[in-house]
Design a protein around this ligand. Sequence first.
Ligand code: COA
Length: 514
Amino acid sequence: MAAITDLVDELREKLRGASQGGGAKFRARHAERGKMLVRERIEMIVDPQTAFLELSPLAAHGLYGGEVPSAGIVTGIGMIHERPCMLIANDATTKGGSFFAETVRKHSRAQEIAEQHRLPCIYLVDCGGAFLPEQDRVFPDKDHFGGGFWRQCQMSAAGIPQISVVFGGCTAGGAYIPALSDQVIMVKGTGRIHLGGPPIVKAAINEIVDGETLGGAEMHTQVSGVSDHIAPDEESALQKLREIIANLGDNRKVSSPKQVGKPPLALHGETQDHAPVDLKRPIDMRALIKTLVDGSEFSEFKPDYGKSLITGFAQIHGYPVGILANDGALFSESSVKGAHFIELCDQRQIPLVFLQNITGFMVGTEAERGGIAKHSAKLVYAVSNARVPKYTILVGGSYGAGNYGMCGRGFRPRFLFSWPNARIATMSPDVAATVVTDLRRASIKSPATEEEIQELDSRTRAQFEEQSDPYYATARLWDDGIIEPNQTRDVLGLCIALAAGEEQDTGPRPVYRM
Ligand code: COA
């Protein structure tokens, strides 16, 4: 069993690899053209000494033969003139910044977060449109490329600024990102916008034209008016962008907490000391919570009832939170306790933090006779209808309907992050192998030989091992990224702060005692 420190080292190594983009050859060509790398651009626009919360840096990890690190796009939240902004930046060293299915998902997810938190969207565009061999997974459906443009228009109309800086050749979908922005800056010499690039123009109307004439920065700023500003180089373009953000008018800043949060007490150790690496062994969840909350102060709710779910009030970086954390399988009592606690937090307008380490709801005759189906449903119902912001961290296992009751992705947490030791699947490999082989034995199709059952058993185990791996999950955008356990408190603090100033729904919020 790997130690958590080894898993954290592995995560850092994978992140370092992803940050290299399309590899040395493409980075060198990029630099020769006088272009900055995507993360250098971001570093230059965010306020000095402030954190940039990168989202899903390992999207598309292990897919497409490893040729599309970070899915060819960097997204994340950074401060510009003390205002939190969503940055959505193509990496042109990766297949010309073109869009794969995971690129589309990452782009849309960043927009979704921006829309929810009213964050200005800054598009650093360097994008060849849809990656053509994958066009059927990228172009036609509701949540494909077109959905991103729809969101852009919706956000702009709702007063959420959409600003683009164009650094490279932007064709087709790549051209629409700036074309649909409220304000556009283009870099002279390298920035280009054309609905169809020179090869498309030649194929469509047999016109032969070079890219600069067709869609260069000078033409678009002085002739077509597609661009509002021309910058002599990337640095000036980024300075101009900061100037635009400074003048947005509604200078909404992050709402500060009433008091600065006290750090957790050192005696409880580091958060990662409590990470459940062996998911078969219980962990001290209360000790883990104490490493996350201000002053390690955790005011527990109903500690003597439904003990497999720990619930209680605390503060993180000065913001009040209600925490729900698993301590074993969810029984009827723990489910109704969770539902009651969620209602209390909703009534008091306290955001919810879910720490998932869950095998699922209890099964068996006793549990069914006790009404686990309806009691677990109460928890799922309360999670679904809570109006306060919700945040989920997969600190260990996330299996079965336990994922639902504890605010998995389907239940719209504002953010969901995983730890490198996490696992996510309908069930564990052991249980899955038993279920699948039993189904095969009972099949009326044809009798199964013992050899076939053995083969099915190992195939199912291998499938569930592979698919419950956190890197498999993060590659497919099932979370907002894998974070180091020790980063959890700060990441949560930042995410909670983004929603802290929101106007609250003042409708009735009943608390039904369960
Ligand atoms: N679909 C498929 N592959 C694409 C692509 C796209 N839209 N855009 C770029 N690529 C690939 C290139 O084939 C090349 O692949 P390789 O690594 O296997 O050689 C790689 O991405 C880099 O492209 P390259 O042209 O060398 O980079 P560049 O920086 O010189 O130019 C673009 C970037 C985006 C301007 C240029 O690639 C381009 O014009 N692409 C086509 C754009 C287009 O017509 N899109 C229509 C989409 S609907």
